[in-house]
Design a binder for this molecule. Structure first.
Ligand code: HGY
Ligand code: MN
Ligand code: MN
Length: 412
């Protein structure tokens, strides 16, 4: 099959979706279940319906759009997410959903009906920025969390997930866990520097590294910044800042691929002349090796307790997300690699530093990912950019990988 996608149509949809929740600096902000997320959802659902797909919404707001095959059976699924972080670019997640839609439209326009049904999906709250954990919708889809538990998650703004889902009109009737696909393949930007550094076009993603998110709250004593001697302070702000320094030192000591991030640091009252009596921070630890990640968590906990004890502050910890490393299906990794070669692209096998819905679908069916380069390795930033040529290359590799899978025998 020498079909190719319509790159202009895909690129214009990426731009159009990127204008929903536009932040005025080339990026967009559509935090999960906000009005901006709803607007983005409505736009993509309209495109899905215009294509004549059977659009279904499940109990956690995941949207799955299906097209019949020549025979009934488990579909070949693609997709990703369309919620973004607050400093989002227009490619993270959106590319995988819109390229999947483009694949289905390309096949339909050419009158190609694969043996198997095909589906393109977007999953709720992949980013986890507003409602932790990340990959929440695909986690519930895969049976990793009961939907009732997900409904009671409280966001960073105090909102209850189930209420927000109902408010935006995406509390669907389809039960979770969802339909088990024959296979799942997700196109995504790399969000890192590897492909660009090696001048390669396609990443055949081997898996996703382990993720550990925790929230840490310190309780100290509000006091006067001028009159309180250091020895008498119980400074929750100093404790929080010390954890940020300790996290970086721990990652440095463990060495790559270990990373550690304190992305949120909130001191109260946050005034220039008041010793902070209360602080909240988040610690994001990741590693491709499960045992090293567990060691990093243990050492981070020891450091936090040492810091709290030395400063004489109380400490409370809450786990926000915890996912072991995931390996993708080697047959699919090989198919991505072979297809990329067949299209004349330089390709590399590599693990994903970022979490993805594919790591949850991998609990249900053979799953894999196709990466395309991120310019400067930048993501979660309005400057996030992937060249039109690389967008087109990735979508065409996705088209041919999905079509190969969709022609596979249906064994009942
Ligand atoms: O945090 C992540 O890796 C993803 O962007 N949700
Ligand atoms: Mn993403
Ligand atoms: Mn992201």
């Amino acid at each position: 099959m020498d079909l190719r996608i319509d790159a202009a149509r895909l690129l214009s949809r990426l731009e159009e979706l990127g204008r929903v929740g536009a932040t005025g600096d080339g990026g967009c902000a559509r935090l999960a279940l906000t009005d901006e997320d709803r607007q983005g959802r409505d736009l993509v659902v309209t495109w899905m319906r215009d294509l004549g797909l059977d659009v279904q919404v499940d109990a956690i707001g995941n949207v799955v759009a299906l097209r019949d095959g020549r025979e009934p059976g488990p579909p070949v699924m693609c997709g990703s997410h369309i919620d973004t972080v607050a400093t989002g670019g227009i490619y993270d997640g959106n590319l995988g959903v819109l390229a999947g839609l483009e694949v289905l439209e390309t096949l339909a326009s050419a009158g190609v009906v694969p043996r198997r049904p095909m589906a393109v999906a977007f999953f709720t709250d992949e980013e986890g920025s507003r409602f932790a954990p990340d990959m929440l919708g695909s986690l519930v889809y895969a049976g990793g969390m009961p939907v009732e538990e997900a409904y009671d998650l409280v966001g960073i703004d105090g909102a209850r997930l189930g209420d927000e889902l109902a408010r935006i009109g995406y509390l669907g009737s389809l039960p979770c866990p969802g339909l088990v696909p024959h296979a799942y393949v997700e196109l995504h930007i790399e969000q890192g520097p590897v492909l660009e550094h090696h001048d390669e076009v396609i990443g055949a993603v081997t898996g996703v590294q382990g993720i550990s998110w925790q929230e840490v709250r310190f309780g100290g004593q509000f006091n006067h910044a001028g009159t309180t001697p250091l020895a008498l302070r119980h400074d929750a702000g100093f404790a929080a800042a010390s954890v940020a320094v300790a996290a970086r030192a721990l990652a440095r000591e463990l060495g790559p691929p270990q990373v550690a991030t304190v992305g949120k640091l909130d001191l109260r009252p946050g005034l220039v002349n008041v010793v902070s009596g209360r602080s909240t921070l988040t610690v994001d630890l990741r590693n491709t090796e499960g045992d090293v990640l567990a060691d990093a968590e243990r050492r981070m906990a020891e450091e936090i307790d040492r810091i709290a004890s030395e400063e004489g502050v109380t400490v409370e910890r809450r786990q926000l997300a915890r996912f072991d490393p995931v390996q993708f299906d080697d047959r699919i990794v090989g198919l991505v690699e072979e297809t990329a070669h067949g299209h004349g692209h330089a390709v590399r096998r590599l693990p994903s530093g970022a979490g993805h819905d594919a790591q949850m679908l991998a609990r249900l069916c053979p799953s894999g990912m196709v990466f395309v380069p991120s310019v400067g390795g930048i993501s979660h930033n309005p400057a996030e950019f992937t060249s039109p040529g690389h967008v087109e290359a990735g979508a065409n590799v996705l088209l041919h990988v999905l079509h190969r899978l969709a022609e596979e025998e249906i064994v009942s």
